[in-house]
Design a protein around this ligand. Structure first.
Ligand SMILES: [Zn+2]
Length: 467
């Protein structure tokens, strides 16, 4: 057997997911993600580590940008093959790439103006990493693959997608390679979701694999249960209603927004919270809501049952804000409202206006429901800053700040072990990827000690031969 596996991203870091597989006849990528850690951004601008025209295809696990965000560059630089993923992933990826390209264009223009004003040059050309046209050029390459149906990728390779329970349409991918009458299987976990998450089905675990790549985002910690997270959400809303302020929720457009709507709708039906107006002030979240509505076949039983009584995406009191004018009008409303707006880490988008209005009101609550990366406005607020800078002005932080981490879309340490323990026999090698270096090492060490498997934490651009 001669299979070469190269780790082109998400190796001792959490972004830039990208793995190259080369067999005798086929060359393919699993994911083609963008790097998002500040100190790794230059990798996005460096020449691609693989010649795009030599690739037969790309397999995409899901629509988060750290898994798909460099596809426009790959296509612009000569990739001509199919990009396989589930239909829901295709649809969401289109929305995500268009939004990313818009931001890249805006960013380049902003930089150009600033450098002109300061009469200096930055380290990179003042051009976008890719444009809206580059993003659109990817769309004809998207080829839908159903769950649990093998797709033939060449003479010696086939791939099968399985529900990973992380975000709508997300997959773990099993690749089967046949050479000279022998067969090897490689499982790419993708990002693994949590068991009993609302809306989505549980992650799929695997009984057999020769090689496994497992993510380890939360490989060193346990995350609070969803029930606890939901109770905290209801309690925070009720306390804020009492004090007469607003509840402002910075939220990621994909999954988190839909999940919070699901819980709000449920609380309203159960009279657990008063009947408040809920604004979703994020055009991207609204577009993604529509993809959810197209794909009821992906829902778990509870959500399917829930949908018979109504929809968490269109309940009484829910107000969907499309235009900037409608968004600004929210600030003039008296009494308590709930505002869900992007971006999730407060780095841009409409959330900033709502923070300006609410962050210095002790009666309001800023409720974080997701991971806040170092260096973001969201992280500053969560870390207890007394004052923050928004649109060039300082604002004292006197609003109540809450952080609920139980809505995480990633399996925690115990859930990762649960996922791995589906395997009836140890794999020849387990590669721990997609985690901060220390976290991946910690998780790998634990598996080695507890179960005795061959475990490796691969380095960026390292190569292994799978025999
Ligand atoms: Zn993800």
């Amino acid at each position: 057997m001669q299979i070469k596996l190269t780790f082109l991203g998400a190796a001792q870091c959490v972004t830039g997911s990208c793995y190259l597989i080369e067999t005798g006849d086929t060359r393919l990528l699993v994911d083609c993600g963008i790097f998002q850690e500040r100190e790794l951004l230059e990798r996005n601008w460096a020449p691609l580590p693989v010649s795009p025209e030599t690739l037969d295809c790309v397999l995409l696990t899901h629509a988060h940008l750290d898994h798909c965000g460099l596809l426009p560059k790959l296509v612009r630089e000569g990739f001509r093959g199919p990009i396989y993923s589930t239909a829901a992933t295709n649809e969401i990826t289109e929305i995500m790439l268009l939004d990313a390209a818009h931001l890249q264009e805006e960013d380049a223009e902003f930089k150009r103006k600033r450098h002109q004003k300061e009469k200096r040059k930055g380290p990179y050309l003042e051009v976008p990493l890719y444009t809206v046209d580059d993003a659109k050029a990817c769309f004809p390459h998207f080829s839908p693959a159903g769950y649990e149906t093998a797709v033939s990728l060449g003479k010696d390779v086939e791939a099968t997608f399985f529900d990973a329970g992380h975000v709508l349409g997300s997959s773990s991918i099993k690749i089967k390679i046949r050479q000279n009458g022998e067969e090897r299987t490689i499982v790419f976990s993708g990002d693994i979701g949590r068991w009993n998450k609302p809306i989505l089905r549980d992650p799929t675990s695997f009984q057999q694999a020769d090689y496994v790549l497992v993510e380890s985002t939360y490989g060193d910690r346990s995350v609070e249960s969803l029930d606890d997270a939901a109770s905290k959400l209801a309690d925070t809303i009720n306390a804020t209603v009492k004090s007469g302020g607003n509840i402002v929720i910075p939220s990621f457009a994909l999954e988190r927004s839909q999940e919070i709507l699901y819980f709000l709708n449920k609380f309203l039906l159960q009279n657990r919270i008063p009947h408040l107006v809920v604004f979703v002030d994020s055009p991207m979240a609204l577009s993604i809501n529509q993809v959810f509505e197209h794909h009821p076949e992906l829902f778990d039983e509870e959500m399917t049952e829930f949908m018979r009584q109504g929809s968490p995406f269109s309940f009484r009191g829910l107000s969907l804000t499309r235009t900037a004018g409608e968004s600004k009008a929210i600030n003039r409303i008296r009494g308590t409202v709930i505002i869900i707006a992007g971006s999730g880490m407060c780095t841009g988008g409409r959330i900033k206006h709502h923070l300006v209005t609410n962050i210095s009101r002790p009666e309001s609550t800023i409720l974080f429901a997701g991971y806040q990366a170092i260096g973001t406005l969201g992280r500053e607020i969560v870390d207890g800053a007394k004052e923050v800078r928004i649109f060039g002005q300082q604002y004292p932080v006197t609003a109540r700040v809450e952080h609920i981490n139980g809505f995480s879309a990633h399996a925690d340490r115990d859930e990762l072990v649960k996922w791995l323990s589906g395997l009836r026999q140890p794999p020849r090698h387990l590669f721990v990827t997609h985690g901060e270096s220390e976290t991946s090492q910690h998780f790998a060490g634990m598996i080695k000690d507890k179960i005795g498997w061959n475990v490796v934490v691969p380095e960026y651009k390292s190569q292994v031969i799978l025999d």
